[in-house]
Write a protein that binds this ligand. Structure first.
Ligand code: SAH
Ligand code: SF4
Ligand code: F3S
Length: 475
């Protein structure tokens, strides 16, 4: 059979080689100016951005920078930003303002704004006009040419704006992960779904999938390097290899089976799944693949059929419930999590009650709840929206209260059980000696133990819980 597993969006090797040349030139430039320079990358938003930041850090190391864990003392400061909600953007503008003091102290430092905000025309304009001390603006589609942009700033004293352009896949860029147990692995970029509220398709471009060979090669190297928890990333992994520009033999369920056959002691996770593209083949693969975690993050966004239509989501609440039945039939103890938006334009009390009903029917293990935020350029931003903010806040509180009671009951049911967990680090907001870990289903478990356990699977007996986490002791 003809091998159709090719990607037409992959950048040519000579483009990437050219960036390696720029990296070498920046490295020479930095060496000539003496001393060790540091780079600080601050990441906002989702795991896709975390993965992009790993490339930014990798390129920085290649360019002779050390990695700093704060802006103080850094010669290169990169804000890798998120545009999904207004609040996230305001925070970034505030934080950029706070960088002025570093630039005043040392005019040679370079400040860059990258990621999804950089992909919005009005943001790029605002930076151009009002933040003259930001030297680079580059959206996620242009990150691969960061070395060239930085060279332009350092050597030619230019301000560089790289926004839009073509939707490419850049293989072979340097990569630096600062975590040792869990790792991200992007399998696709961009999004074609144009949910009416969402900015992502505009700032990340059209959907494009990496070749299965490239994914497998990176996966094998991560397993070889000791990664125990690998998350395959894409805005809608279920359309992997199936978008308009590519048609791979290897769809997402096949990709899962292919990776699962690689020997080793590890878990495969993936996100995000879109209900319109998830189904029996995915669920069968999840059941059959022993490395695939029993966790499904399946955003439903609203329980109202009318609102789902306005959102352009392409499924009904009934279809969503069918999917939940489908996965629970195959994996009864599946951990189900979801995203939901409250206050979409025109959402009535009746629509909102449908959302509450869906949450009650499914009983998710955890829910990520968002208040609708209008995004310039999206279709929903043009829709009439006259529900008062106080009413939306009240709905939001009702939803959170319902989910908290479900989470608490679900967490209480874990008590007394002994579970396998993967220890991933020291516990946050806990005294020394407490470790953080995840069950195979992804639930957070904290317990007291030696740091030597980080990176291993251990068995923990659960003896306490809060809304967000479980606690226990090793057995
Ligand atoms: N591609 C993923 C989600 C990416 S954004 C998916 O389709 O599921 C993560 C979540 O942010 C979304 O699931 C949605 O619940 C929320 N979100 C996106 N745009 C939003 C907006 N304009 N206002 C409020 N929440 C939004
Ligand atoms: Fe946004 Fe919808 Fe694409 Fe998710 S699937 S990134 S919500 S447009
Ligand atoms: Fe934000 Fe961009 Fe991710 S908008 S949620 S960082 S894809």
């Amino acid at each position: 059979m003809e091998n159709r597993d090719i990607s037409r969006n992959e950048l040519g090797g000579e483009e990437i080689s050219r960036q390696y040349e720029y990296m070498a030139r920046v490295r020479d430039f930095n060496a000539a100016s003496g001393g060790t320079k540091l780079c600080y990358v601050e990441t906002y938003g989702c795991q896709q951005n975390e993965a992009d930041s790993e490339n930014l850090r990798g390129m920085a190391l290649e360019m002779g920078y050390g990695i700093a864990d704060g802006p103080e003392g850094a010669s290169l400061i990169v804000f890798n930003t998120c545009a999904v909600r207004e609040h996230a953007e305001q925070r970034v503008f505030g934080n950029i303002g706070a960088l002025l003091k570093y630039k005043r102290r040392d005019p040679s430092i370079v400040i860059a704004l990258t990621g999804c905000m950089a992909g919005e025309e009005h943001v790029a304009q605002r930076i151009k006009k009002s933040f003259p001390y930001v030297s680079i603006v580059a959206d996620s589609r242009c990150l691969w040419k960061f070395p060239e942009l930085l060279f332009g700033v350092l050597v030619n004293g230019k301000r560089e704006f790289a926004v839009g352009g073509s939707d490419v896949i850049a293989e072979g860029l340097p990569l630096h992960r600062n975590r040792a147990v869990k790792g991200w692995l992007p399998v696709m970029y961009g999004c074609d779904n144009f949910c009416s509220y969402c900015i992502v398709p505009y700032v990340r471009g059209r959907e494009r999938s990496r070749k299965p060979e490239s994914v497998e090669e990176q996966f094998r190297s991560m397993v070889g390097a000791g990664y125990r928890d690998i998350t395959l990333l894409g805005q809608n992994v279920n359309s992997y290899g199936k978008n308009s520009r590519e048609s791979f033999e290897t769809d997402f369920p096949k990709l899962l089976r292919r990776l699962d056959s690689i020997p080793g002691d590890y878990l495969i996770r993936f996100m995000t799944s879109h209900p319109k593209d998830a189904g029996d083949e995915l669920f069968d693969a999840m059941r059959d693949c022993s490395h695939v975690a029993p966790h499904l993050h399946l955003p439903f966004q609203s329980g109202s059929e009318r609102i789902l239509k306005l959102m352009n989501r392409g499924y009904t609440p009934e279809h969503y419930l069918e999917l939940v039945r489908g996965i629970r039939e195959r994996i009864p103890d599946i951990v189900l999590t979801s995203d939901v938006i409250v206050g979409f334009p025109g959402e009535t009390e009746e629509d909102f009650v449908r959302t509450l009903e869906l949450v009650e029917k499914v009983r998710f293990d955890a829910l990520f709840t968002f208040i609708y935020s209008p995004r310039k350029g999206t279709r929903a931003a043009e829709m009439p929206n006259d529900t008062p903010a106080e009413e939306i806040n009240r709905r939001f509180d009702r939803l959170v209260e319902l989910q908290n009671s479900i989470s608490a009951e679900k967490h209480a049911a874990y008590e007394g059980k002994t579970l396998r967990v993967l220890v991933d680090g020291k516990a946050e907001n806990k005294p020394d000696g407490w470790l953080s870990s995840r069950t195979d289903g992804g639930r957070l478990v904290v317990f007291e133990g030696s740091e030597d356990l980080i990176g291993s699977f251990v068995r923990v007996k659960i003896n306490g819980h809060t809304t967000w986490s479980l606690s226990g002791e090793t057995v």
